[in-house]
Design a protein around this ligand. Structure first.
Ligand SMILES: C[S@@+](CC[C@H](N)C(=O)[O-])C[C@H]1O[C@@H](n2cnc3c(N)ncnc32)[C@H](O)[C@@H]1O
Length: 281
Protein backbone atom coordinates (compact mmCIF):
# COMPACT_ATOMS: atom_id res chain seq x y z
CA UNK A 1 0.00 0.00 0.00
CA UNK A 2 2.24 2.79 -1.28
CA UNK A 3 -0.39 5.25 -2.43
CA UNK A 4 -0.53 8.59 -0.61
CA UNK A 5 -3.19 10.99 -1.75
CA UNK A 6 -1.12 13.98 -0.59
CA UNK A 7 0.86 13.71 -3.85
CA UNK A 8 -2.29 14.19 -5.92
CA UNK A 9 -4.61 16.31 -3.78
CA UNK A 10 -6.29 19.11 -5.69
CA UNK A 11 -5.22 17.86 -9.11
CA UNK A 12 -7.64 18.05 -12.05
CA UNK A 13 -9.03 14.59 -11.32
CA UNK A 14 -9.67 15.52 -7.67
CA UNK A 15 -11.37 18.74 -8.73
CA UNK A 16 -13.64 16.80 -11.09
CA UNK A 17 -14.43 14.15 -8.44
CA UNK A 18 -15.15 16.70 -5.74
CA UNK A 19 -17.38 18.77 -8.00
CA UNK A 20 -19.42 15.63 -8.73
CA UNK A 21 -19.52 14.88 -4.99
CA UNK A 22 -20.71 18.37 -4.20
CA UNK A 23 -23.44 18.14 -6.86
CA UNK A 24 -24.56 14.87 -5.29
CA UNK A 25 -24.56 16.19 -1.73
CA UNK A 26 -26.48 19.27 -2.83
CA UNK A 27 -29.13 16.96 -4.34
CA UNK A 28 -29.32 14.85 -1.17
CA UNK A 29 -29.91 18.01 0.85
CA UNK A 30 -32.95 19.02 -1.18
CA UNK A 31 -35.03 16.59 0.94
CA UNK A 32 -35.38 17.04 4.69
CA UNK A 33 -35.11 13.28 5.23
CA UNK A 34 -31.75 12.32 6.81
CA UNK A 35 -29.12 10.53 4.78
CA UNK A 36 -25.91 8.58 5.36
CA UNK A 37 -22.61 9.35 3.67
CA UNK A 38 -20.27 6.35 3.47
CA UNK A 39 -16.73 6.09 2.07
CA UNK A 40 -14.60 2.98 1.61
CA UNK A 41 -11.32 4.84 0.86
CA UNK A 42 -11.53 8.13 2.71
CA UNK A 43 -7.93 9.38 2.84
CA UNK A 44 -6.65 11.77 5.52
CA UNK A 45 -9.28 14.48 5.06
CA UNK A 46 -7.12 17.57 4.63
CA UNK A 47 -4.06 18.11 2.43
CA UNK A 48 -1.29 20.69 2.71
CA UNK A 49 -0.62 22.08 -0.77
CA UNK A 50 2.65 23.50 0.56
CA UNK A 51 3.77 20.19 2.06
CA UNK A 52 6.63 18.18 0.56
CA UNK A 53 4.45 15.65 -1.37
CA UNK A 54 2.36 18.36 -3.05
CA UNK A 55 5.45 20.43 -3.81
CA UNK A 56 7.11 17.44 -5.39
CA UNK A 57 4.36 16.77 -7.96
CA UNK A 58 2.83 20.26 -8.19
CA UNK A 59 -0.35 18.60 -9.48
CA UNK A 60 -2.62 21.13 -7.76
CA UNK A 61 -1.21 23.83 -10.01
CA UNK A 62 -3.07 22.32 -12.96
CA UNK A 63 -6.11 21.72 -10.76
CA UNK A 64 -7.60 23.68 -7.90
CA UNK A 65 -5.03 26.48 -8.10
CA UNK A 66 -6.18 27.21 -11.67
CA UNK A 67 -9.64 28.04 -10.36
CA UNK A 68 -8.19 30.69 -8.06
CA UNK A 69 -8.40 33.63 -8.46
CA UNK A 70 -12.07 33.44 -9.16
CA UNK A 71 -13.28 34.39 -12.60
CA UNK A 72 -16.85 34.47 -13.79
CA UNK A 73 -17.36 30.80 -12.97
CA UNK A 74 -20.69 28.94 -12.95
CA UNK A 75 -22.38 28.82 -9.53
CA UNK A 76 -21.29 25.23 -8.94
CA UNK A 77 -17.60 26.21 -9.19
CA UNK A 78 -18.18 29.09 -6.86
CA UNK A 79 -19.88 26.88 -4.23
CA UNK A 80 -16.94 24.48 -4.44
CA UNK A 81 -14.32 27.23 -4.34
CA UNK A 82 -15.98 28.83 -1.36
CA UNK A 83 -16.00 25.54 0.47
CA UNK A 84 -12.28 25.10 -0.27
CA UNK A 85 -11.44 28.65 0.71
CA UNK A 86 -13.39 28.26 3.97
CA UNK A 87 -10.95 25.65 5.25
CA UNK A 88 -9.09 26.97 8.31
CA UNK A 89 -5.75 28.49 7.32
CA UNK A 90 -6.89 29.50 3.83
CA UNK A 91 -7.72 33.13 4.58
CA UNK A 92 -4.53 34.55 3.05
CA UNK A 93 -3.87 32.00 0.34
CA UNK A 94 -5.20 28.62 -0.66
CA UNK A 95 -2.98 26.19 1.23
CA UNK A 96 -5.27 23.51 2.67
CA UNK A 97 -7.23 21.34 0.27
CA UNK A 98 -10.25 19.43 1.65
CA UNK A 99 -10.60 15.79 0.69
CA UNK A 100 -13.98 14.15 0.24
CA UNK A 101 -14.64 13.67 4.01
CA UNK A 102 -14.33 17.39 4.68
CA UNK A 103 -16.48 18.24 1.67
CA UNK A 104 -19.08 15.93 3.17
CA UNK A 105 -18.65 17.50 6.59
CA UNK A 106 -19.42 20.92 5.14
CA UNK A 107 -22.58 19.60 3.49
CA UNK A 108 -24.06 17.24 6.08
CA UNK A 109 -26.85 18.57 8.27
CA UNK A 110 -27.56 17.82 11.91
CA UNK A 111 -29.79 14.87 11.01
CA UNK A 112 -27.25 13.24 8.63
CA UNK A 113 -24.54 10.69 9.46
CA UNK A 114 -21.19 9.69 7.96
CA UNK A 115 -19.22 6.49 8.15
CA UNK A 116 -15.67 6.70 6.82
CA UNK A 117 -13.20 3.87 6.23
CA UNK A 118 -9.46 4.24 5.61
CA UNK A 119 -6.92 1.44 5.83
CA UNK A 120 -3.66 3.34 6.27
CA UNK A 121 -3.15 3.94 10.02
CA UNK A 122 -1.50 7.34 9.61
CA UNK A 123 -4.18 8.62 7.22
CA UNK A 124 -6.99 7.20 9.37
CA UNK A 125 -5.38 8.68 12.49
CA UNK A 126 -5.30 12.11 10.94
CA UNK A 127 -8.91 11.77 9.80
CA UNK A 128 -9.96 10.79 13.34
CA UNK A 129 -8.06 13.75 14.74
CA UNK A 130 -9.85 16.17 12.39
CA UNK A 131 -13.34 14.67 12.64
CA UNK A 132 -13.25 13.06 16.08
CA UNK A 133 -15.17 15.90 17.70
CA UNK A 134 -18.02 15.68 15.16
CA UNK A 135 -20.66 13.33 16.54
CA UNK A 136 -22.18 12.81 13.09
CA UNK A 137 -19.00 11.07 11.90
CA UNK A 138 -17.49 7.70 12.67
CA UNK A 139 -14.07 6.83 11.28
CA UNK A 140 -12.85 3.23 10.97
CA UNK A 141 -9.29 2.17 10.30
CA UNK A 142 -9.89 -1.01 8.31
CA UNK A 143 -10.10 -2.46 4.83
CA UNK A 144 -12.77 -0.66 2.82
CA UNK A 145 -13.90 -3.73 0.88
CA UNK A 146 -14.26 -5.84 3.98
CA UNK A 147 -16.07 -2.94 5.72
CA UNK A 148 -18.82 -3.17 3.09
CA UNK A 149 -19.69 -6.55 4.58
CA UNK A 150 -19.34 -5.45 8.20
CA UNK A 151 -20.83 -1.97 8.22
CA UNK A 152 -23.67 -1.98 5.69
CA UNK A 153 -26.45 -1.01 5.70
CA UNK A 154 -25.93 2.24 7.57
CA UNK A 155 -28.57 4.11 9.46
CA UNK A 156 -30.30 6.07 8.03
CA UNK A 157 -30.66 3.89 4.97
CA UNK A 158 -31.15 6.69 2.51
CA UNK A 159 -27.66 7.52 1.37
CA UNK A 160 -24.59 7.87 -0.72
CA UNK A 161 -21.49 5.67 -0.95
CA UNK A 162 -18.22 6.94 -2.46
CA UNK A 163 -15.79 4.29 -3.69
CA UNK A 164 -12.46 5.94 -4.43
CA UNK A 165 -9.67 3.34 -4.38
CA UNK A 166 -6.05 4.14 -5.26
CA UNK A 167 -5.93 2.02 -8.45
CA UNK A 168 -2.50 0.72 -7.51
CA UNK A 169 -3.45 -2.75 -8.72
CA UNK A 170 -4.14 -3.47 -12.40
CA UNK A 171 -7.24 -5.48 -11.43
CA UNK A 172 -8.82 -2.87 -9.13
CA UNK A 173 -12.12 -3.29 -10.98
CA UNK A 174 -12.51 -6.87 -9.80
CA UNK A 175 -12.51 -5.59 -6.18
CA UNK A 176 -14.88 -2.82 -7.23
CA UNK A 177 -17.38 -5.24 -8.77
CA UNK A 178 -17.15 -7.54 -5.74
CA UNK A 179 -17.81 -4.44 -3.60
CA UNK A 180 -20.78 -3.44 -5.76
CA UNK A 181 -22.23 -6.92 -5.35
CA UNK A 182 -21.99 -6.52 -1.56
CA UNK A 183 -23.81 -3.20 -1.83
CA UNK A 184 -26.52 -4.80 -3.99
CA UNK A 185 -27.08 -7.38 -1.25
CA UNK A 186 -26.87 -5.14 1.81
CA UNK A 187 -27.80 -1.63 0.76
CA UNK A 188 -29.64 -1.95 -2.52
CA UNK A 189 -31.18 1.53 -2.52
CA UNK A 190 -27.84 3.35 -2.07
CA UNK A 191 -26.55 5.84 -4.57
CA UNK A 192 -23.01 4.69 -5.33
CA UNK A 193 -20.24 6.77 -6.91
CA UNK A 194 -17.16 5.00 -8.23
CA UNK A 195 -14.22 7.17 -9.29
CA UNK A 196 -11.81 5.78 -11.92
CA UNK A 197 -8.75 6.98 -13.82
CA UNK A 198 -8.77 7.17 -17.61
CA UNK A 199 -5.49 6.02 -19.16
CA UNK A 200 -6.04 3.61 -22.06
CA UNK A 201 -9.69 3.77 -23.08
CA UNK A 202 -9.72 0.20 -24.38
CA UNK A 203 -9.15 -1.03 -20.81
CA UNK A 204 -12.46 0.46 -19.76
CA UNK A 205 -14.67 -1.00 -22.50
CA UNK A 206 -15.32 -4.20 -20.59
CA UNK A 207 -16.28 -2.22 -17.48
CA UNK A 208 -18.72 -0.08 -19.48
CA UNK A 209 -20.31 -3.24 -20.90
CA UNK A 210 -20.71 -4.83 -17.49
CA UNK A 211 -22.37 -1.74 -16.05
CA UNK A 212 -24.67 -1.45 -19.07
CA UNK A 213 -26.23 -4.84 -18.42
CA UNK A 214 -28.91 -3.61 -16.00
CA UNK A 215 -27.66 -5.60 -12.96
CA UNK A 216 -26.85 -2.39 -11.06
CA UNK A 217 -29.93 -0.36 -11.93
CA UNK A 218 -29.50 3.05 -13.50
CA UNK A 219 -25.87 3.96 -14.14
CA UNK A 220 -24.77 7.45 -15.08
CA UNK A 221 -21.27 7.97 -16.49
CA UNK A 222 -19.43 11.29 -16.37
CA UNK A 223 -15.92 11.70 -17.75
CA UNK A 224 -13.44 14.50 -18.06
CA UNK A 225 -10.21 14.25 -20.06
CA UNK A 226 -7.39 16.76 -20.23
CA UNK A 227 -5.23 14.68 -22.59
CA UNK A 228 -5.81 12.22 -25.44
CA UNK A 229 -6.67 8.87 -23.89
CA UNK A 230 -4.48 6.59 -25.98
CA UNK A 231 -1.57 6.20 -23.58
CA UNK A 232 -1.44 4.32 -20.30
CA UNK A 233 1.65 6.08 -18.97
CA UNK A 234 -0.12 9.09 -17.48
CA UNK A 235 -3.49 10.15 -16.12
CA UNK A 236 -5.33 11.44 -19.19
CA UNK A 237 -8.66 11.93 -17.53
CA UNK A 238 -11.02 10.74 -14.84
CA UNK A 239 -14.52 9.42 -14.68
CA UNK A 240 -17.26 8.48 -12.28
CA UNK A 241 -20.00 5.90 -12.47
CA UNK A 242 -23.02 6.88 -10.42
CA UNK A 243 -25.40 4.04 -9.65
CA UNK A 244 -28.96 5.08 -8.88
CA UNK A 245 -28.22 8.82 -9.05
CA UNK A 246 -30.64 11.32 -7.58
CA UNK A 247 -33.08 12.92 -9.97
CA UNK A 248 -31.54 15.65 -12.18
CA UNK A 249 -27.92 14.86 -11.24
CA UNK A 250 -27.06 14.45 -14.93
CA UNK A 251 -28.31 17.95 -15.63
CA UNK A 252 -26.51 19.36 -12.59
CA UNK A 253 -23.20 17.93 -13.84
CA UNK A 254 -23.95 19.05 -17.38
CA UNK A 255 -24.16 22.63 -16.14
CA UNK A 256 -20.56 22.83 -14.95
CA UNK A 257 -18.68 20.05 -16.75
CA UNK A 258 -18.35 21.82 -20.14
CA UNK A 259 -16.80 24.77 -18.29
CA UNK A 260 -14.18 22.72 -16.47
CA UNK A 261 -11.80 22.18 -19.41
CA UNK A 262 -11.65 25.86 -20.40
CA UNK A 263 -11.30 26.83 -16.71
CA UNK A 264 -8.31 24.53 -16.20
CA UNK A 265 -6.60 24.86 -19.58
CA UNK A 266 -7.77 28.18 -20.98
CA UNK A 267 -8.69 26.26 -24.13
CA UNK A 268 -12.07 25.30 -25.52
CA UNK A 269 -10.98 21.98 -27.05
CA UNK A 270 -11.12 19.16 -24.52
CA UNK A 271 -13.38 16.21 -23.97
CA UNK A 272 -16.04 15.41 -21.46
CA UNK A 273 -19.30 13.51 -21.43
CA UNK A 274 -22.28 12.72 -19.27
CA UNK A 275 -24.43 9.84 -20.43
CA UNK A 276 -26.38 6.81 -19.25
CA UNK A 277 -24.78 3.38 -19.40
CA UNK A 278 -28.01 1.95 -18.15
CA UNK A 279 -31.14 4.02 -17.90
CA UNK A 280 -34.48 3.39 -16.24
CA UNK A 281 -37.10 2.27 -18.74
C1 LIG B 1 -7.72 8.18 -3.75
S1 LIG B 1 -7.36 8.15 -2.04
C2 LIG B 1 -8.84 8.71 -1.30
C3 LIG B 1 -9.11 10.16 -1.50
C4 LIG B 1 -10.38 10.65 -0.87
N1 LIG B 1 -11.53 9.82 -1.19
C5 LIG B 1 -10.66 12.08 -1.30
O1 LIG B 1 -11.31 12.27 -2.36
O2 LIG B 1 -10.24 12.98 -0.60
C6 LIG B 1 -7.40 6.42 -1.68
C7 LIG B 1 -7.18 6.08 -0.21
O3 LIG B 1 -7.44 4.69 -0.03
C8 LIG B 1 -6.61 4.20 1.00
N2 LIG B 1 -6.62 2.73 0.86
C9 LIG B 1 -5.85 1.93 0.08
N3 LIG B 1 -6.27 0.66 0.15
C10 LIG B 1 -7.36 0.65 0.99
C11 LIG B 1 -8.26 -0.35 1.43
N4 LIG B 1 -8.13 -1.63 1.03
N5 LIG B 1 -9.26 0.02 2.25
C12 LIG B 1 -9.41 1.30 2.67
N6 LIG B 1 -8.58 2.29 2.28
C13 LIG B 1 -7.57 1.98 1.45
C14 LIG B 1 -5.30 4.89 0.76
O4 LIG B 1 -4.53 4.93 1.94
C15 LIG B 1 -5.76 6.29 0.31
O5 LIG B 1 -5.81 7.16 1.42
Amino acid sequence: MNYRHAFHAGNFADVFKHLVLLSLLQRFRTKEKPFSYVETHAGRGLYDLQGAPARRTEEARAGILKLVPEADWPNEFRDYLELVKDMPGNAEELRWYPGSPLIAQAMLREQDRALLVELHPEEAGELKRILGHDARFSVHCRDGWEALKGLLPPSPRRGLLLVDPPFEKPDEFSDIFAGLDQVQQRWANATVVVWYPIKRRADLEQVYRRLSGGAYGEVLRAEFCLHPDDTDTRLNGAGVFVLRPPWMLDQDIQRWLPELGPALTGQQAFRSRVDWLSAQV
